[in-house]
Design a protein around this ligand. Structure first.
Ligand SMILES: *Cc1c(COP(=O)(O)O)cnc(C)c1O
Length: 392
């Protein structure tokens, strides 16, 4: 192997992030404090609406759990989730004792299919969790329309979608009940581990702030803080330990400043892939779904699919790419294939034909800011070779 291994994903951490973490370590305030607060304020500004409530948490999973808890999701309820996602989107429903109703995706957009959502609604249905797969916004006008007609809550899993738009509006500023972003190490911006819950609903924001830190009521503290010593606090619920540390927020403050530049670079890489893997490339592949004109795609993932008539199977392509020193992955093994979800709900592949078909033919190519133009070219050459030649 003459060329070094090209990983599937790498974070981009600069001297600014490092200096801010060092400053935090020296400050004496390590956990949730002034930097987490600043990160929340700057996150709302980034989304372009300072009236939004932003609640920093230690993962998107935590944020999704808190949002559903605040919306009153509980045992006996059903929540609709696309099968083509990471298990975190669905597991939070089970944390609360409610049940998950998995639905299929649209074969062109690879996002949750609003018609499948409508067909899955029962008298027990309480909420929908659309996922913006790969960073392409789900069909939010249709999802929000279904939710209004049926009186359902909507919590967006925006783990892939910073920054992305729907109808020209930033994901995070739409009319859903809450939107949750992830800052996991391989996401579009990172804090190592972390997440942000965004909502327009002041009561929901208040409940999630209390529940992210043990159910400690800040209201009680604030009300009495001038009259009683600072050791006083009240527990109003058995809350969780989901707060974001200032060490993590320190990284996030600088990642956020770079988020648009990061997105532009990922967009450039995706455009190169599109040129090579679109119809003019002549390869037996289907390029990633493109955003509508004028919309922002976050390009967290570049999902490539093998077309009908490709001489090589998906697993063979992945093996060849690895042999050429290129990391890639599959997003996702759909939830209906995973033992827990399959067995709990008696699911079969035939119930989710679009997701199943995508799973069998899909691979995710590297798309991250630290890739050079040469790296991108290398991936294109390796994929071209891997899909064009039958197995020897
Ligand atoms: C990464 C991811 C999550 C979970 O994010 P964490 O911050 O790791 O909890 C949830 N949903 C999707 C679709 C993801 O890709």
């Amino acid at each position: 192997m003459s060329q070094p291994f090209l990983p599937f994903a790498l974070p981009e951490i600069g001297e600014e992030e490092i200096a801010e973490v060092v400053d935090t370590l020296r400050s004496g305030w390590l956990t949730t404090g002034p930097k987490a607060k600043r990160f929340e304020v700057e996150f709302a500004a980034f989304l372009g609406d300072t009236s939004l409530h932003c609640v920093a948490v230690n993962s998107a999973t935590a944020g999704l759990h808190l949002a559903l808890e605040a919306l009153g999701i509980a045992a006996g309820d059903e929540v609709i989730v696309p099968t083509h996602t990471f298990t975190a989107t669905a597991e939070v429903v089970r944390y609360l004792g409610a049940d998950v109703k998995l639905v299929d995706i649209h074969p062109v957009t690879l996002n949750i299919d609003p018609l499948a959502v409508e067909a899955a609604i029962t008298p027990r249905t309480k909420a929908i969790i659309p996922v913006h797969y790969g960073g392409l916004a789900a069909d939010m006008p249709a999802i929000l329309d279904v939710s209004r007609r049926h009186g359902l809550k909507v919590v967006e899993d925006a783990a892939h979608a910073l920054p992305a738009t729907s109808g020209g509006r930033m994901i995070g500023t739409l009319d859903s009940d809450a939107t949750v972003f992830s800052f996991y190490a391989n996401k579009t911006i990172t804090t190592g581990e972390g997440g942000m819950l965004v909502t327009r609903n002041a009561a929901l924001a208040q409940r999630t702030r209390v529940m992210r830190l043990h159910g400690i009521s800040r209201d009680a503290f604030d009300r009495f803080s001038s009259k009683v010593p600072s050791w006083h606090y009240e527990i109003v619920a058995p809350g969780f330990k989901y707060n974001l540390t200032d060490i993590a927020a320190a990284i996030g403050l600088h990642q956020l400043k770079k988020a648009h530049a990061f997105a532009r670079r990922r967009g450039e890489i995706a455009a190169r892939y599109h040129e090579a893997f679109g119809t003019q490339g002549g390869l037996p592949v289907i390029p990633a779904p493109q955003p509508l004109t004028g919309e922002l795609h976050a390009w967290h993932l570049y999902p490539l699919r093998l077309a009908e008539g490709a001489a090589v199977a998906r697993n063979g392509v992945i093996e060849r790419l690895y042999a050429d020193g290129i990391g890639c992955s599959v997003h996702y093994i759909p939830l209906h294939q995973q033992p827990y979800w399959r067995e709990r709900y008696g699911l079969t592949a035939a119930m989710f034909p679009h997701s199943q078909r995508v799973f069998e033919r899909q691979l995710s190519l590297p798309v991250y800011t630290r890739m050079s133009d040469g790296d991108v070219q290398r991936v294109i050459h390796a994929v071209t070779r891997a899909v064009a030649e039958p197995m020897g």
